[in-house]
Write a protein that binds this ligand. Sequence first.
Ligand code: THU
Length: 141
Amino acid sequence: MEKKEAWKRELIQSALDARKRAYVPYSGFSVGAALLAASGKIYQGCNVENASFGVTNCAERTAFFKAVSEGEREFKAIAITGGKVLSKPSDFAYPCGVCRQVMQEFCDGDFAVLVAKSAEEYKEYTLLQLLPHGFGGEKLL
Ligand code: THU
């Protein structure tokens, strides 16, 4: 594992804290995310489930939509952590395809995605690694 940088530990800790606020009465799987904007601000997100299951919002999209609705448009990194509610993550929680597509909308290929079991144990990817050949708005211009 690479040498840990302080900002990554801080971002992961923020995702671990956000996970505690997940609303997951149906799956019992809580996810936390912390999104670092180019401004330096961190936006937290958790998954918010719904009795109409398809209405559920993932933690990552909660963080992105909070940030974009506050005026942010450029992002550096996101930390993600998840697992069975009230337990420490037993595995790495990777972003779903829909969330990867939302990242594609606002981020460059070098956007960093940290999937973490704890502040000490994490893996790092670029968005390009997680979503190669992604569909972006430039195709529509
Ligand atoms: N979930 C996320 O929050 N992020 C993902 O990238 C994958 C899935 C949530 C949605 C749902 O509340 C629970 O995990 C189980 O699918």
